[in-house]
Write a protein that binds this ligand. Structure first.
Ligand code: ADP
Ligand code: MG
Ligand code: MG
Ligand code: MG
Ligand code: MG
Ligand code: MG
Length: 721
């Protein structure tokens, strides 16, 4: 998240009075950029990823692993290092890597909400060349290496979504700050947990203040053999009298039985994710990408599941999404439907952090039935946009985002409206944290319309992060190249988002998905929408129904085996012939055939078959696709499953859902070891059988070792990574 200018941030009562002005100016700025950029053509197919890190302190002889709150110092050290080529082993020669330009950094670091977090992106966006896809992983490794190089010896950047013991009793930050402060008023975390830039504490305080109570982040606890039941969160003080809001726990039922109770923004916005932004050639293509990527969101959320622990307890869910959603939910009781509407303008069904609720494409295949019949929009704003020349669908999209209030307003920005800026528009836009974001060009119109894919959980290794990034890039190209159609009603995408939370949803879950993704002729009288989609497993969606049938038995066998030889099941079995000319076929009475789904990986393979791509590159891309394929089939584990396994098999775990300091230390230690092993470029085979890093082969399956060695030799930097 980019930082707004410094200034005087208004507290909520004052901000509330200016909300209308900010929205009005924001809409004017939007119309300005829209009229400037709506005809923009032929923007390059650029894209870029974002990786977020937790910074932890860890050393072998320290019994505790802690969150390091030195974000500002680390960012300063990074900013002062002009070369950003790093010292001590981060290979200055990398300046010659294909993504580099003279005097341009290869990587860029950004602040994040948590004072223990960092974000890093490539120095400039990636381009259309397939070989650049092979630079992503080395670039991610370089980011990690450079970040580490600007930290203290006992500090480590790790890509874990959530610190397992954030908010646990005792010490979990370095330095230690007592709980609690006036901004967050949390029982569990100090105000100092947030980035001290005024924007962030104000964001947290004003969300709480607008809402009229603290945020309530309740996650079902995982019930193990020895977990007392019903379970009362033992870390909650049910009789606290420090802040007025404490009453919510005392008498308001804020901390119900069988839930891990959390009460501050840091529990959500302190999570790390993997995001990708794609630039479209024009607004029409951008709108199409936005719609078509949307139904993939929950599937990729389930596939990247990595968040099974909160505040020192095993949770009964596998992903971070809903927790962030609750952690920034600023809705009033009236907006939530708990009280009749009096001061609030409308009931709002979702948090401002939620799955997206609109489709925006001009694609004739977008049937009105796919839209949310209960979508809340601001009618005056919609009219203003339409009067400004915007079409109904796009006006609806923005009029929906603009039902929200701006949360952080700087007094200095309210002097006069500047149409050469987009600050007021971005104020609302950037605090609508949906799983897709449609990004208009900036005020200077220097870059194009972009679409951001935001649901994925960060993965422990850069190999995995690169694999999911590459997969999504190829998927996007396949969508555009084959004109694929993944439309289902948007409310089914919402439903899928919930489904993605279940423990092991990737294997056990079923998700609504469109049966036929091909660009069929729309029949004169289209059938009922309900006939267009059905429930499928992630395996069916990713690998196709034919593969899923065959692989389910293979996966069962692999799961039963005590040691999995990662190499034993190389693909070939996944290579289906995809019939791209599958016409609308309404006299098809063959049930099996009607339920055939080609699979996203086979679609990507077909796309790769259709383009010119050298053999070396193709082979290396295949390694990434293999990870996705085998994760979807269950042959390889999600990080969530691996973490659960790590905890469950730890000698100190007492089967009571408690993830103790000792277990956490060993878990983070194992993750650091995996990272170091990966940095050395030898892959993970060295960790197989390592008692301290159990079952790493179940996650990576022998992949990720020497993946791109040949490519690196080709570009002359091989051994240096
Ligand atoms: P945000 O945090 O608002 O999502 P960031 O500035 O962190 O945005 O960057 C998001 C990603 O977009 C980065 O990987 C960056 O390299 C990439 N990016 C920058 N310019 C473009 C562009 N013109 N097209 C596509 N991606 C871009
Ligand atoms: Mg970020
Ligand atoms: Mg960013
Ligand atoms: Mg982003
Ligand atoms: Mg057919
Ligand atoms: Mg047939």
């Amino acid at each position: 998240m980019g930082l707004l200018a410094l200034g005087t941030a208004l507290d909520w009562p004052d901000a509330k009075k200016q909300a209308h002005l900010v929205r009005a100016w924001g809409i004017k700025q939007l119309l300005e950029i829209w009229s400037k950029a709506k005809g923009k053509e032929r923007d390059a197919m650029l894209w870029g990823d974002e990786v977020e890190y937790l910074v932890v302190t860890y050393s072998k002889d320290d019994p505790r692993v802690l969150l390091s709150l030195r974000q500002a110092d680390i960012l300063t050290a990074l900013a002062n290092d002009k070369s950003l080529s790093g010292k001590g082993g981060c290979v200055p020669e990398l300046q010659d890597a294909p993504n580099s330009r003279p005097n341009e950094p290869l990587v860029v670091f950004h602040p994040e909400f948590g004072r223990f977090m960092l974000e890093a992106t490539p120095g400039r966006p990636w381009g259309i060349d397939f070989r650049e896809l092979l630079d992503v992983e080395p670039n991610m490794k370089l980011r990690r290496c450079i970040a580490k190089d600007h930290m203290l010896p006992n500090e480590h950047p790790i890509t874990l979504t959530t610190f397992p013991r954030i908010g646990s009793p005792g010490v979990f930050t370095d330095p230690y700050y007592p709980v609690s402060g006036p901004r967050l008023r949390s029982q569990f975390v100090p105000d100092e947990i947030a980035n001290p830039h005024i924007r962030f504490p104000t964001l947290a305080a004003n969300i709480r203040s607008r809402r009229g109570r603290k945020v309530q982040v309740n996650v079902p606890v995982f019930r193990d053999e020895n977990t007392p039941w019903p379970w009362k969160d033992p870390t909650v003080n049910y009789d606290l009298h420090q802040w007025p809001e404490d009453e919510d726990v005392r008498t308001g039922g804020a901390a119900p039985d069988n839930f891990i109770h959390m009460d501050a923004m840091a529990f959500g916005m302190g999570s790390c994710c993997l995001q990708i932004t794609f630039q479209a050639k024009n607004i029409t293509e951008g709108r199409r990408m936005y719609d078509q990527l949307s139904p993939l969101g929950p599937i990729l959320l389930a596939l990247t599941a990595a968040t099974p622990v909160y505040k020192g307890f095993l949770a009964d869910t596998d992903v971070r999404w809903n927790q962030i959603s609750k952690a920034v939910d600023d809705r009033t009781a009236e907006e939530m439907g708990e009280k009749p509407l009096k001061d609030s303008r409308w009931r709002i069904p979702k948090s401002r952090y939620a799955s997206n609720s609109t489709y925006i494409s001009t694609d004739p295949r977008l049937r009105p039935e796919y839209l949310d019949p209960d979508l809340v929009t601001d009618p005056a704003i919609k009219q203003q946009l339409i009067d400004g020349g915007m079409d109904d669908l796009l006006a609806t999209h923005f009029a929906h985002l603009f039902i929200r209030d701006p949360i952080v307003i700087f007094n200095e920005d309210l002097q006069e409206l500047d149409l050469n800026k987009t600050d007021h528009f971005e104020n609302i836009q950037s605090t609508n944290w949906q799983h897709m974001r449609f990004k208009p060009p900036p005020a200077d119109n220097s870059i194009g319309w972009r679409v951001e894919f935001r649901p994925m959980e960060i993965q422990i290794t850069d190999f995995e992060n690169a694999a999911f990034t590459v997969f999504m890039v190829l998927m996007t190209r396949a969508i555009l190249s084959f004109d694929l159609n993944f439309y289902i009603p948007i409310v089914k995408v919402d439903d899928n988002m919930e489904r993605a939370h279940a423990r092991d949803a990737v294997l056990e879950g079923e998700f609504w998905f469109r049966k036929n993704p091909f660009p069929v002729r729309v029949p004169p009288t289209p059938g009922p929408v309900e006939d267009e989609y059905r429930l499928m497993s992630v395996n069916e969606i990713i690998n196709g129904t034919a593969y899923a049938k065959r692989s389910s038995s293979a996966a069962a066998a692999a799961a039963a085996a005590t040691t999995a030889d990662g190499q034993q099941q190389q693909k070939t079995e996944g290579e289906e012939d995809v019939d791209m000319d599958d016409d609308y076929d309404d006299d098809d009475d063959d049930d099996d055939d009607a339920n055939d789904f080609p699979g996203l990986i086979p679609l990507v393979e077909s796309y790769l078959d259709s383009v010119n791509i050298d053999v070396t590159t193709r082979c290396q891309l295949a390694t990434y696709l293999d990870l996705i394929r085998r994760r979807a089939s269950g042959e390889l584990w999600t990080a969530a499953k691996w973490i659960r396994h790590f905890v469950a098999t730890h000698p100190k775990y007492e089967r009571d859902s408690v993830v103790s300091e000792e277990v956490t230390k060993d878990l983070v230690g194992a993750i650091i070891k995996i990272g170091e092993c990966e940095q050395k470029g030898k892959g993970f085979n060295g960790l197989v059988g390592d008692a301290e890093v159990p079952a790493v082969e179940r996650v990576l399956g022998g992949l990720g070792g020497g993946v791109r060695d040949e490519h690196l030799r080709e570009i002359g930097t091989g051994s240096r990574y």
